[in-house]
Design a protein around this ligand. Structure first.
Ligand SMILES: [Zn+2]
Length: 424
């Protein structure tokens, strides 16, 4: 009888160590030097990076792959995107949304992205978005962990049924409480929405993840209220603030008071660099603000920060591939995280740190962990961020779910090697 159902041999782990990984059923049951072991199936990862799967803590699966429907976002702004999506949300059928989302999940699996937290718009009374995404969650469950956030895109209080529909979505089984305080009518209503949403989460025992201060307005300070309410209600460790772009523009003295409050409340931060760098600063002439929150400064305070993807081919963003290494690559540049330990941290931010933010259970490469991993055509995490290479093999819950042949370029140059890989 075989020792393992699946054996991943000879890989380099993100910490630089070399180990074989023995899998039975959906679990890693042995990790280390496993020479001589017999396995039903063997993946040879010699010389390649073997990492736990990528995790995206911020996405919009109901809107994905809808770019250009009903038309393209001409101004490129967040607000035109919201308005375009508002039209699509009421014409798209449940079947269409399910089909688009499943296609995106296929892309994700092929890139080794096996856990996604997706916000789901709860604005429309028909809640077709919620029906569709719950259906997708059920279909992909065997191979992809999909967490859903009830997200009142047009405001909790700004539409007559905003609050009721958010509660209905939670009753239907949506996992996380969302919000958008900077989009409410006034600062006061924004603040009240944060309090209300945190109380709903406390009462129901749910996590919180708000689109928070996604604006260039330096006076948008809902993150302060989010940290305060988290601490007041004892929600430490289960609250995240997504975007936090206003922090880019805030007064430095105020930020020196704010960062310790966020750290004390154990609120995590989820910047979305591809989207923040394209949507923010649109009202500026020159110099133009980047709109990315203060990543290195938060990390220096011990705040958990993860890179999110946010959008792929939707009313807000025309590009995107489902590759979290694209996200890490952009984040590294915009946050100027160029020291070796910072580049390596960018890889952790799309793997282990994101897994911590969304509370993923059994994550990682150790005995007893869920047997999910990705084999990359790279030697280490920094090289993975630099090359954004092919995912040679993806294992989800013990099953080999995606494979790609190594694809070196063939050179036809006199006196030069016949192929080139760009690895160091
Ligand atoms: Zn978002």
């Amino acid at each position: 009888m075989a020792d393992f159902d699946l054996l991943v041999k000879g890989g380099t782990l993100p910490d630089g160590s070399h180990a074989d990984i023995g899998i039975r059923g959906d679990r890693i049951i042995a990790i280390g030097a496993l020479s001589g072991a017999v396995a039903g199936e063997v993946i040879d990862a010699t010389g390649d990076l073997v990492a736990p799967p990528f995790v995206d803590p911020h996405f919009h699966l109901d809107a994905t792959l809808s770019y250009g429907t009903p038309r393209i976002n001409a101004s490129g702004t967040l607000l035109e995107g919201i308005s375009l999506w508002g039209e699509l949300r009421d014409t798209a059928t449940v079947d269409e949304m399910v089909a688009r989302a499943l296609t995106y999940c296929d892309w994700a699996v092929s890139m080794g992205l096996l856990a996604i937290r997706s916000h789901v718009d709860t604005t429309s009374d028909h809640l077709n978005t919620v029906t569709a995404m719950l259906e997708v969650q059920k279909i992909v469950r065997p191979y992809l962990d999909l967490q859903l956030v009830a997200f009142p895109q047009d405001g909790l209080y700004r539409t007559p049924t905003g609050r009721t529909n958010l509660l209905r979505a939670l009753d239907m089984g949506v996992d996380v409480v969302g919000g958008i305080p900077h989009f409410e009518r006034t600062m006061e209503e924004g603040r009240a929405s944060v309090r209300d949403l945190c109380e709903i989460a406390a009462e129901r025992g749910l996590p919180v993840d708000l689109h928070c201060d996604e604006t260039d307005d330096p006076l948008s300070r809902h993150i302060e209220t989010l940290a305060y309410e988290t601490q007041r209600l004892g929600l430490q460790g289960r609250v995240a603030g997504s975007h936090l772009t206003s922090m880019h523009s805030m007064d430095n003295y105020y930020v020196s008071k704010l960062l310790p409050l966020i750290a004390e409340a154990e609120v995590a931060a989820i910047p979305n660099p591809l989207i923040n760098i394209t949507l923010q600063g649109r009202h500026d002439t020159y110099p133009k603000r980047r709109g990315l929150t203060r990543v290195k400064e938060m990390q220096a305070m011990g705040i958990t920060v993860g890179w999110g993807q946010d959008c792929v081919r939707d009313p807000w963003y025309s590009l995107g591939t489902g590759d979290m290494l694209d996200v890490a690559f952009m984040g590294l540049h915009v946050a100027q995280m160029t020291a070796p330990e910072q580049m390596s941290r960018c890889f952790d931010m799309v793997t282990v740190e994101n897994a911590r933010i969304i509370g993923l259970e059994g994550y990682g490469l150790h005995e007893g962990a869920v047997a999910s991993l990705v084999v990359l055509d790279a030697g280490d995490p920094i090289e993975a961020v630099r090359l954004r290479p092919d995912r040679l093999a993806v294992v989800s819950k013990g099953r080999l779910v995606s494979q790609k042949a190594r694809n070196d370029a063939r050179l036809a140059l006199e006196g030069r090697p016949q192929s080139v890989r760009r690895r160091h």
